[in-house]
Design a protein around this ligand. Sequence first.
Ligand code: AMP
Length: 318
Amino acid sequence: MFKEIYKKIEEYDTIVIARHIGVDPDALASQLALRDSIKLTFPNKKVSAIGTGSAKFYSIGKLDKLEKVNNALLIVLDTPDKKRVDSVDFSQFAYMIKIDHHPFVEEFCDLEYIEDTASSTAEIIMNLIMNTDLECDKNVAETLYLGLASDSNRFLFDSCTSKTFGLISIFLEKYNFELSEVYKKLYLRPMNEVRLEGYIALNMNVTENGLGYIQITNEVLNQLEVDSASAGNMINNFNFIKEVLVWATITEDVKNDQIRVSIRSRGPEINEVAEKFNGGGHKFASGAKLKSFDDAMQLMKELDECLIEYNKTLSEEN
Ligand code: AMP
């Protein structure tokens, strides 16, 4: 299918690359790298990467302005469902392609490449470049490595396979980018966020079934001078706690009048529970946006029940 995707890229003079709302490093890196790779290959094409940015990720690269387009190709990255595509008027496009590594939710593009076992969308873009005539340079390679390293939480997950490391090895050797530069862009953070991490560690509730959760009110966010996305962004730092198999941050987002929930698991699959609450995601990394802390506690109850089932099955097996 990579060849088909390449053919479509070749065919259209105007290409817009979009991704999901709530920008994260993999989605952003993938769209910027694909844009720059297409521009290197076809300097005369008009290619833009769009969506709402975040000051937190400015060092990864700059997005483009949303403009009206005609007879254009849309490439949606890292997004399984239409409602979560950021800032796109679908009616403007002549052809649409989806490239994603989330479990399938719905078909909304003419051509869809889904590899839900891939570590990241960045890994798929690496593969796309390797298997077509798309050009790459040091900057594109570094950006893709950044997306992959971020979404796999620095290669902690089983989705990192020999294929993943093989690709990284080829890109590192060919383009010779510096790993320390990538990690500075990804992980350098202000003291306030470290203090928030401390607050979460100190105040996390842990149930006897292995659910860890924390409610973070707007008041706490203000006291610590951090924004409502900060807790969700650091959820991966709470992996590998012996007593905790599923963990969640529940953050008040006054600006958007919602409660943001980020969930991770080292045990049971959690995406179906998140879907019941109008959220979704990967089997072991999901999220939801809710109306109230009460709804969030209902979600926690269901996650805890899920853990009871999971623990029961485990003890029956042993
Ligand atoms: P997060 O905790 O925000 O990093 O999200 C983890 C995963 O869940 C990502 O793959 C997101 O795409 C997905 N996700 C987060 N929030 C939602 C939501 N409201 N609806 C569907 N999927 C979500």
